[in-house]
Design a protein around this ligand. Structure first.
Ligand SMILES: [Zn+2]
Length: 309
């Protein structure tokens, strides 16, 4: 497993306040030392059950641009959903899972995100802070923006969308909880949205794909097909090249990630680009690029779901 690690010190607004951030390849573990201030809550949601609702029940900021707000409307046990639209739309009756990696509040609660969970093969941290650009634009924000744009694209085609978090101000949920949310949603396919913190000289998108471990055995082949659809559409629509430093031809098989180890639906994780590369960072932080990425993912999902199995 390739790990790129960066260390930097940053001042925080509190007195004691030195934040030592070890931010690594975003899908690896990260360690933070910060004062704990925010704690996820366990909240009842409709549907007659209680599930861990890691602060993603917090309403979106009223100042957020409308197109960044999470989906409104009905809520079920998995959170807000888009119900199917008019007959004739290509994704009516299909459910799509979206996991926007990390969360904006993870920086504030190391005791929560550093708890150990079972990822299907080994213990790993509940969650990580994710990486960021040299200018301080966080991966968590990027992931959430793309996810929100993608949810809108999919809903416009009639899909029901299940997201693992609904704001960028909460903490968690843990990666195994994210997998469970998607697994029980009835999704036909799922995408984990990330961006990498790789070597500054490296560029491009990498598709992380599952390795058979039992629970995911029956979705390995389909995940490979979906991964190829994502890579093809991503390169065509966004102009982002395949990774120059990770995997082969932009494809990486990973057996150390809960989302891929525990999935029971076809699923891949995208490292959309390298946030530590100045060229990639300039692209990723542009809202126009984020919308293009959402369009590329939407096309890939449509291609996958409408192709013969
Ligand atoms: Zn990440």
């Amino acid at each position: 497993m390739r790990i790129a690690m960066f260390r930097r010190a940053a001042a925080t607004t509190t007195a004691a306040a030195t934040l030592l951030l070890m931010s690594m390849s975003c899908s690896g573990a990260a360690t933070t030392t910060v004062p704990p201030t925010v704690r996820p809550t366990t909240s009842p949601v409709s549907g007659g059950t209680t599930q861990a609702a890691p602060a993603h029940t917090t309403p979106a900021s009223a100042t957020e641009p409308a197109h960044r707000r999470p989906p409104a409307g009905p809520v079920d046990r998995n959170g807000p959903v888009r119900h199917t639209g008019p007959a004739g739309l290509p994704l009516v009756g299909r459910t799509v899972g979206i996991d926007p990696g990390h969360n904006g509040g993870n920086f504030n609660d190391p005791s929560y995100i550093n708890q150990l969970i079972w990822n299907g093969r080994e213990m790993e941290h509940c969650n990580t802070t994710g990486t960021e650009t040299d200018g301080g634009y966080t991966e968590a924000q990027f992931n959430f923006n793309v996810a929100t744009d993608l949810a809108a694209e999919l809903a416009a085609q009639g899909a029901r969308v299940v997201m693992t978090r609904h704001t960028n101000t909460g903490v968690g949920p843990c990666v195994n909880t994210r997998a469970a949310i998607i697994d029980r949603s009835g999704a036909s396919v799922a995408i984990d949205i990330h961006a990498d913190g790789g070597p500054p000289g490296g560029r491009g998108i990498a598709i992380l794909e599952p390795v058979a471990d039992g629970p995911n055995d029956h979705v390995i082949a389909a995940s490979k097909r979906f991964g190829q659809d994502v890579l093809t559409q991503f390169e065509a629509v966004t102009g982002m090249p395949s990774s120059t430093y990770d995997g082969i031809g932009g494809i990486v098989f990973r057996d150390d990630l809960a989302g891929l180890n525990l999935t029971t639906v076809p699923e891949v994780l995208i490292e959309s680009a390298n946030m530590r590369n100045s060229t990639d960072a300039a692209m990723l932080t542009d809202p126009a690029f984020q919308r293009l990425e959402a369009q590329a993912l939407d096309r890939a999902i449509l291609q996958f779901l409408t192709a013969a199995p």
